[in-house]
Design a protein around this ligand. Structure first.
Ligand code: DGI
Ligand code: FE
Ligand code: FE
Length: 199
């Protein structure tokens, strides 16, 4: 059964249903349904690992808000906010989180730094990740609509240990990128190096 929490912490100037409507209007049906599943998965993880449920809900609902924006919106934002030119070598897969958080701050009035960082790092991870960041990173990967070899293992591991889940995901993402001749964004490699090797 779906968990529907009520927002009481004044983190955003909207109710959960108002936020859902705003997100819905920015996304295709399939992407919106993914977002709702990520929210449910994030709420379960937040409950289990004792993380602020309202922050988990908001971060999950907005995490892919910028996924369907034209490239030019990101390019303009990279210039306007003087972000690294290095970012111009990548595309939507990296931009929708690493740059998208700025659009979310400006357009959805999300100002909580923990929520914004959870969005910023939801694709590439980070050297150190808060529990909220780990929950959004993992909920996105294991939500019930995901179907890739290893997803059942990823779900089981994440339910045992959030940290082990993060390690599993970043290791598999890096292998996937290498196997498919995709460029690795430096932060992705940094996340791998910080979480996985036993030196
Ligand atoms: O937005 P979603 O599809 O829900 O999920 P996501 O934000 O985790 O994005 C996953 C995609 O991002 C997946 O196809 C792998 C890709 N990705 C992650 N790290 C990198 C990357 N793509 C490139 N090119 N380089 C990276 O370092
Ligand atoms: Fe994403
Ligand atoms: Fe996602």
């Amino acid at each position: 059964m779906a968990i529907e929490i009520e927002y009481t912490q004044n983190l955003i100037p909207f109710s959960r249903l108002e936020l859902i409507k705003l997100v819905n209007s920015a996304l295709t049906k399939d992407r919106f349904e993914h977002v709702l599943r990520v929210e449910q998965t994030a709420l379960k993880l937040a409950d289990k690992y004792r993380v602020n449920l309202e922050k988990a809900s908001i971060a999950a609902l907005v995490h892919d808000y910028a996924k369907q924006r034209p490239d030019q919106d990101f390019i303009n934002t990279i210039h306007e906010y003087h972000l690294s030119d290095e970012l111009l070598n990548y595309g939507n897969a990296i931009w929708h989180g690493v740059v998208g958080w700025i659009l979310i701050k400006n357009e959805l009035h999300v100002n909580d730094i923990e929520i914004l960082n959870a969005v910023k790092y939801h694709t590439v991870g980070n050297r150190y990740m808060t529990m909220l960041e780990q929950i959004i990173f993992m909920a996105d990967y294991i939500e019930p609509g995901r179907d890739f070899p290893g997803v059942a293992d990823a779900r089981e591991i994440t339910n045992e240990s959030l940290t082990q889940g993060v390690k599993y995901q970043i290791k598999h993402t890096l292998s996937y990128l290498v196997d498919n001749n995709k460029p690795v964004y430096p932060k992705t490699l940094e996340t791998y190096n910080s979480w996985v090797p036993n030196i």
